[in-house]
Design a protein around this ligand. Structure first.
Ligand SMILES: NC(=O)c1ccc[n+]([C@@H]2O[C@H](COP(=O)([O-])OP(=O)(O)OC[C@H]3O[C@@H](n4cnc5c(N)ncnc54)[C@H](OP(=O)(O)O)[C@@H]3O)[C@@H](O)[C@H]2O)c1
Length: 277
């Protein structure tokens, strides 16, 4: 199902996509990406310089038979490239074989080893603004930015980030950050919807999966979707890719949504940007 979310500039992107991070399972799996595009209707691929698989996507897209223009690709600039945005961006474009990048994000507020750097983030952001103004990106945004990082950026930017991609699952519900983004007109996007698999072992999630006759992963993906956020579960296994996408034929009740939200314990399974200055 092609359910979409609108970014503040009117660009629409699919709400449910496929995560492609290099971690977990066997990293990148060509067959799983082809299967997702060809048989599951996936139209959003979430990659990053860090994941090292951008150059593999054009072949997977070609093999799937889906027109490249129908596929929305998010990619992310790694902090080691915050001082060479233009060169890194050109390299990304070449690897993706795309003239225009759909959504380009600053991957994290953490610019150095353990320390943040407000000026460097702003400098990189200004370059993203330029790429956007030149029509080289359809949308620009950030990732892993907490309220303080967004506040600093908003004070000086010319274009507000259109999206903020952050960890979001029942153990990490990001209540205040989500409100901040909504108030500022920044589209919150979730990652690690399965908490890298941890959600699947939770007794409450298991009970719900039984009750809805769905799997634990489907309950977790559905929870993200029913909040209205973009979400990008990752699987390198075609059967699981299909399972994660087969979530449009049931609805969690409000009680169950709340029960899951109560599982929040503040853990981060990916980045923890809390202490980044
Ligand atoms: N912006 C950022 O800083 C950032 C950080 C983290 C993640 N992300 C993005 O978000 C995507 C998803 O997050 P994630 O990869 O951290 O974690 P995730 O999607 O929460 O979980 C992925 C893990 O769950 C397993 N899995 C997937 N579907 C399953 C199913 N139906 N049943 C059982 N196990 C299943 C996968 O193994 P198998 O592959 O073996 O199925 C993998 O080990 C990433 O790939 C990336 O694109 C972005």
């Amino acid at each position: 199902m092609d359910v979409r979310v609108k970014l503040p500039n009117g660009v629409s992107m699919p709400q449910l996509g496929l995560g492609l991070s290099h971690r977990g399972g066997c990293g990148y799996n060509h067959d799983a990406v082809v299967y997702a595009l060809k048989h599951c209707g996936v139209r959003l691929l979430d990659t990053a310089e860090r994941y090292g698989n951008m150059a593999k996507l054009p072949a997977a897209i070609q093999e799937s038979g889906v027109l490249p223009d129908e596929i929305f690709i998010t990619t992310k600039l790694f902090p080691t490239n915050y001082t060479r945005v233009h060169t890194a961006f050109e390299d990304d474009r070449r690897q993706l074989n795309k003239d225009t990048v759909d959504l380009f994000l600053l991957h994290t507020p953490e610019c150095g080893i353990g320390i943040g750097n407000k000026e460097l983030r702003l400098q990189a952001w200004r370059e993203l603004e330029m790429l956007y103004d030149n029509g080289q990106c359809r949308a620009i945004g950030v990732s892993n930015f907490m309220e303080k990082h967004l506040t600093q950026l908003l004070e000086e930017c010319s274009i507000k980030p259109m999206a903020n991609q952050c960890e979001f699952h029942p153990f990490q519900t990001q209540i205040s950050l989500r409100k901040f983004c909504a108030d500022e007109g920044i589209v919150f996007q979730g990652y690690s919807p399965l908490a890298k698999g941890a959600v699947l072992h939770n007794a409450i999630v298991k009970e719900m999966a039984n009750r809805y006759n769905k799997t634990e992963a489907q309950v977790a993906v559905r929870w993200s979707l029913q909040h209205g956020y973009i979400t990008i579960p990752k699987s390198t296994n075609p059967v699981r890719v299909k399972e994660n996408y087969d979530v449009f034929d049931f609805e969690l009740s409000n009680d169950d949504l709340e029960k899951l939200a109560k599982l929040h314990d503040g853990r981060h399974v990916s980045w923890d940007p809390t202490n980044v200055l």
